[in-house]
Design a binder for this molecule. Structure first.
Ligand SMILES: Nc1ncnc2c1ncn2[C@@H]1O[C@H](COP(=O)(O)O)[C@@H](OP(=O)(O)O)[C@H]1O
Ligand SMILES: [Mg+2]
Length: 335
């Protein structure tokens, strides 16, 4: 990083996301089995979700004691008497991840998870966290992300996106960590790495014609309309097959230039996107030179609380082809 240097935020976020990734990878190795999905057993992702949130919130609290966190989870379910085995598993994973800091008690672990209860809003500074974004991808052993962003007065100013199952830069270490700081740029580094790793600058694709784009979308057709995306791609002259992946790994893919479009097309009129599902990915794409709006072409507004109340869907591109993509989306959604 060079200019504004949110260096304290950078250090805290790298520590938080890489510690959390150690936890989620350990849970995936130990608890996700071939028949987790067929049995519809969500317990591994539940353990990893809570443990990841505890580890990130503990790290943020150590670095920035007064910063609120808008996190996806809270510990109410874990406090339930009936959930003792789940609670014990979460506590054990958190203790392992923080073994070099302090011996964590059960009460501390629950209180760290509960730090994620903040409401966000238009004023002041807060972090937003998705401890495991792409829960379905995690259970399938495919893409998922740990997504952390800092919002000040409604604007995303910093983001860190850990993608444990995306290829590591230069094949060093494990996974991909993308960091972005407003006005400074976007960088990548291996997510799990022994020793000091360099931050490498990241740029969006420089294609000028939408027809040349690869586009990404959700694996889950319930999260983004895949029939409409076929029509939009056709209208734009895109011949490449859609790249389907779970989580904000899609934003990382656009930021890094492997795809020039990410489409998220509403499937239900009443659904509101959650801020933690987008903030880290949006700043990564924007600071890599790209553009992100909703399906109407409006900027995403992160100052309305826990949800993107003023927006529907998402279009992220390399910037150069944005207006053409918005126009094609409008045509298809209106028809
Ligand atoms: N009907 C819907 N439309 C859009 N997004 C939805 C949705 N229902 C759930 N989601 C969100 O989609 C996210 C996953 O996105 P993707 O499909 O890009 O992997 C989920 O995050 P979690 O996996 O953290 O729960 C969840 O918040
Ligand atoms: Mg999510």
């Amino acid at each position: 990083m060079t200019t504004h240097e949110r260096t304290a935020e950078l250090a805290a976020a790298i520590e938080a996301v890489s510690r959390a990734a150690q936890v989620t990878q350990a849970v995936q190795r130990e608890l996700v089995t071939a028949d987790t999905l067929t049995k519809k057993d969500r317990s591994p992702v539940t353990v990893a979700d809570f443990a990841s949130q505890a580890v990130v919130c503990e790290t943020l609290q150590r670095h920035f004691a007064n910063d609120p966190v808008v996190g996806e989870e809270d510990a109410a379910e874990l406090r339930d008497e009936a959930n003792e085995p789940l609670r014990a598993s979460v506590v054990e994973h958190v203790q392992r991840a923080l073994a070099d800091i302090a011996p964590a008690t059960e009460a501390q672990v629950l209180s760290w998870i509960d730090r994620g209860h903040a409401e966000g809003g238009a004023k002041g500074r807060f972090w937003t966290l998705d401890p495991i974004d792409g829960t379905k991808g995690f259970l399938r052993g495919e893409q998922y992300a740990i997504a952390l962003a800092l919002i000040e007065d409604g604007e995303i100013v910093f983001g860190a996106l850990g993608c444990p199952n995306l290829p590591s830069p230069a094949d060093e270490g494990e996974g991909l960590l993308i960091v972005a700081s407003r006005g400074d740029g976007t960088w990548m580094t291996p997510l799990i790495f022994e020793g000091e790793s360099e931050l490498q600058p990241v740029h969006v694709s420089d294609i000028a014609a939408a027809a040349d784009a690869n586009f990404c979308e959700s694996v889950e057709s319930g999260h983004s309309d895949q029939d409409q995306s076929v029509q939009i791609a056709k209208k734009l002259g895109i011949t490449a097959e859609p790249v389907r992946m779970d989580s904000q790994a899609k934003y990382a893919t656009v930021a890094g230039g492997s795809a020039a479009i990410y489409l998220r097309l509403p499937t239900r009129p009443g659904y509101r996107e959650k801020i933690w599902d987008h903030a880290a990915g949006v700043i990564a794409v924007e600071e890599a030179g790209g553009k992100v709006t909703d399906v109407a072409g409006k900027p995403l507004e992160f100052g309305h609380g826990r949800q993107l109340e003023a927006n529907r869907g998402v279009i992220a591109t390399n910037g150069r082809i944005h207006d053409a993509v918005v126009a094609a989306v409008r045509d298809v959604l209106e028809s």
